[in-house]
Design a protein around this ligand. Structure first.
Ligand code: 8X3
Length: 255
């Protein structure tokens, strides 16, 4: 991973932040993007004190297509040749039924999880094709394999991430580029706090009496896929806590 350039969206927290630490610890240079510039600067500072690495901050919302295009096009040549794109930015808001959800929240999820991922892919993959090397790692979800109660829109966005990953893998089959879809189950981050619109207690209940994955567990899988030999394409990884079996079946040890 030495001196490779890794672009991570949604890098200011959770899985994105954990990926930043993991790849920096293995010698990669990072381009970190997110909406929260203050948090990005803090992460950059922390990582740079721990590891010998260079970090560039790009402060944008993946929903803003023009901003993405301008930021990537303006990159200095030494940063532009991105080796690995980790499409991590994504979120869930609400647990409403499909017939009574908040349509603004739907727009936020669809625009971030699907369109934001597409904008970054559309901007960065042509650079990779030009360089004849690259790896696109999309953070999907177990939620994309089957819908669950209260998750209709979010599950649909993650099903889209699966289709978009599969479609891109087909489109790139005649190139050395690889495409991976990482599908985590329950991971303890601020993901559930946002889902429950800031209700920390409700979010904590999701992980009660079960040991969830940490963002670092997911980052390890991302790194595993990224560090496979060049002729090996890890198409998907589905990972979940040992006491989770599907998107809806978990065992909680309440003894
Ligand atoms: C997050 C996983 O299904 O527990 O994508 O909400 S889930």
């Amino acid at each position: 991973m030495q001196n490779k350039i890794v672009f991570i969206s949604g890098a200011s927290s959770g899985i994105g932040e954990a990926c930043a630490y993991k790849f920096a610890s293995q010698g990669a240079n990072l381009i970190l993007s997110a909406r929260n510039e203050k948090k990005l600067l803090q992460i950059k500072k922390e990582i740079e004190t721990k590891f010998h690495t260079q970090i560039l901050i790009l402060n944008f919302d993946v929903r803003n297509r023009d901003h993405i295009l301008q930021s990537i096009n303006a990159l200095a040549p030494e940063w532009k040749n991105i080796d690995i794109l980790i499409n991590n930015a994504g979120l869930v808001i609400g647990i409403d039924k499909e017939y009574n959800g908040d349509t603004d929240e739907w727009d936020t999820m669809i625009d971030t999880n699907i369109k934001g991922l597409l904008y970054l892919t559309r901007t960065i993959v042509p650079i990779m094709i030009e360089n004849n090397r690259g790896h696109i790692i999309n953070i999907g979800s177990i939620a994309g394999d089957a819908a669950y109660p209260g998750g209709s829109i979010y599950c649909a966005t993650k099903a889209a991430v699966k289709s978009l990953s599969d479609g891109l893998r087909i489109d790139l089959v005649d190139t050395p580029l690889r495409v991976t879809n990482i599908k985590p189950g329950m991971v303890e981050t601020n993901f559930s706090v946002i889902r429950f619109r800031g209700d920390k207690k409700a979010a904590d209940n999701v992980y009660k009496n079960i040991k969830p994955l940490t963002p670092h567990d997911v980052a390890d899988s991302v790194y595993f896929a990224a560090s496979a030999p060049e002729h090996v394409q890890i198409a998907e990884i589905l990972l979940m806590p040992t006491h989770q079996a599907t998107g809806t079946i978990v065992y909680r040890n309440e003894k």
